[in-house]
Design a protein around this ligand. Structure first.
Ligand code: GLN
Length: 487
């Protein structure tokens, strides 16, 4: 068995029993990258020297029997909007093409403390705006299950890397589905934690009231391990939640007898692929067979979630991105005065989608339109949040699709922003409400994976992981590897 095919928990055992060294594991992953990266295009940059150095340190610790974290020596990728001191962090944008952060994100610090090995920075949609990774200024990532299709976005590089064996785990960020959608399209596991559970310090901001960092992994056990490493209070993030972090691996039990699951019927939108719908219903049958109690619930404001999200997210983005004017960060355009310099910087530096969002957001926030658009969106956001509160009075978790379809062809939607935004219809309500949700494979349409979404109460990651684990252990979808050739 090739080492790159193993999960983090399988590799951890091999490292502990000294069957393999961390350097061997890192080299196996880099060999895999050499073999398939030209097809997958998952990375913006690779950090091989630093990674091998980290691996050597782990091997030293193993030799001297130093106690190690479960992720020590396990190679992973970071989405390129997560700061790593001394390593380029581009956000897949020309405007940050040469930005080298002088500090680590909190999650980076935590993963370094856990002795993980960071193999590189993963491709993404520019500033995390998109659902296909086609908005990257540098390259289009490919879905390892079919390289003519998109891996999903915006954390498409992270998900493609994990699905192709170019990384054992990865971090993504999820503002409106950007961890869960690519996880679903690439047949891997992705968790968006409760808003505030994982520090956003050092994550390049897109829409600050929605952004959240989370794991993308091969299975639910690895997801729990990465959560253990990255979750927790951080005084440098004012929205961080100051409550103790449970040991998420304790949730990995197969017994879900009596767990109450609900299906929000409004998530089956017009245009939903019947095979996706069938797979989600089959997953519900499976959860029932495992002992869960099922009922249908109603979340009447779901139909407004997409419009609300695209108001709130673009408004916040227009404000967050106003810092890129050629002073302090990244690219600077040449101009005779401050205004022309800033204008040049922004027109040269931002891609079409980012500019579209900045214009939309500025419009929604401008005087005269603020009340009609932004303020209205905030009010509807509260109603959407209340739908969740109400549903969770009756059920422990909600089960839903991740997206209306499986992965689509590269180029299919890139010139139709509204069709692209529609892919987010099942994921954005979760961000607006701030609750946690996981995506895990629940079947295939032809050769393309289908994702199941399990949504939890605020700080209900433990229950979400438990339901996901029980479901995962009852099938073998997570054991299938993307057929990239050369295996
Ligand atoms: N596709 C959504 C958007 O473009 C979500 C992106 C994300 O979660 N970062 O805004």
């Amino acid at each position: 068995m090739e080492l790159y095919k193993l999960t983090a928990h399988e590799l951890q055992q091999k490292l502990q029993t000294k069957e393999v060294t961390a350097v061997e594991v890192a080299e196996a992953v880099y060999n895999r990258i050499d073999a398939v990266e030209n097809k997958v295009q998952a990375f913006i940059s690779l950090t091989k020297d630093r990674a091998l150095e980290q691996a050597r340190r782990v091997d030293e610790k193993i030799k001297t029997n130093t106690a190690l974290s479960p992720l020590a020596g396990i190679p992973g990728a970071l989405k390129d909007n997560i700061c790593v001191q001394g390593t380029k962090t581009t956000c897949a944008s020309q405007i940050l093409e040469n930005f080298v952060p002088p500090y680590d994100a909190t999650v980076t610090e935590k993963l370094v403390d856990a002795d993980t090995v960071v193999v590189g920075k993963a491709n993404m949609d520019e500033f995390a705006m998109g659902s296909s990774t086609e908005n990257s200024a540098f390259k289009v990532s490919r879905n390892p299950w079919d390289t003519d299709t998109v891996p999903g976005g915006s954390s498409g590089g992270s998900a493609a890397a994990v699905a192709s064996g170019e990384a054992i785990w990865a971090l993504g960020s999820d503002t409106g589905g950007s961890i869960r959608l690519p996880a679903a399209y690439c047949g891997v596991v992705g968790l968006k934690p409760t808003y505030g559970r994982v520090s956003r310090y050092g994550l390049v901001a897109y829409a600050s009231s929605l952004d959240q960092i989370g794991p993308i992994t091969r299975d639910v056990t690895d997801c729990a391990l990465v959560m253990n490493a990255i979750a927790g209070y951080d005084h440098r993030d004012s929205t961080s939640i100051n409550t103790p972090v449970p040991d998420y691996t304790k949730s990995l039990v197969k017994d879900i007898g009596g767990l109450k699951i609900g299906l929000p019927k409004e998530y089956f939108v017009a245009g939903m692929d019947p095979e996706v719908e069938k797979a989600v219903y089959a997953a519900i049958e499976q959860l029932k067979a495992l002992g869960a109690d099922y009922k249908e619930v109603s979340m009447p404001h779901t139909e407004y979630a997409l419009a609300t999200y695209y108001m709130v997210a673009t408004a916040e983005a227009s404000s967050n991105l106003s810092r890129y004017v050629g002073v302090g960060f990244g690219h600077r355009g040449q101009g005779d005065d401050l205004i022309s310099m800033a204008t040049k910087t922004r027109t040269e530096g931002f891609g079409d989608e980012v500019r579209r969002r900045i214009m939309l957001g500025n419009y929604a926030l401008s005087s005269g339109y603020y009340d009609a658009y932004y303020l209205k969106a905030l009010k509807v956001r509260t109603l959407i949040k209340r739908d969740f509160d109400k549903a969770f009075e009756d059920v422990d978790v909600l089960v839903a699709p991740i997206a209306p379809t499986t992965a689509f062809k590269i180029g299919e939607k890139v010139n139709d922003p509204l069709a692209m935004y529609l892919q987010d219809v099942c994921t954005v309500p979760v961000n607006l409400a701030g609750v946690p949700a996981i995506s895990l494979p629940c079947g295939f349409k032809g050769h393309l994976p289908i994702g199941l979404q399990i949504i939890g109460k605020p700080l209900g990651e433990t229950t979400v992981l438990q339901a996901a684990y029980a479901f995962e252990q009852s099938n073998d979808y997570h054991k299938r590897l993307a057929p990239l050739g050369g295996e």
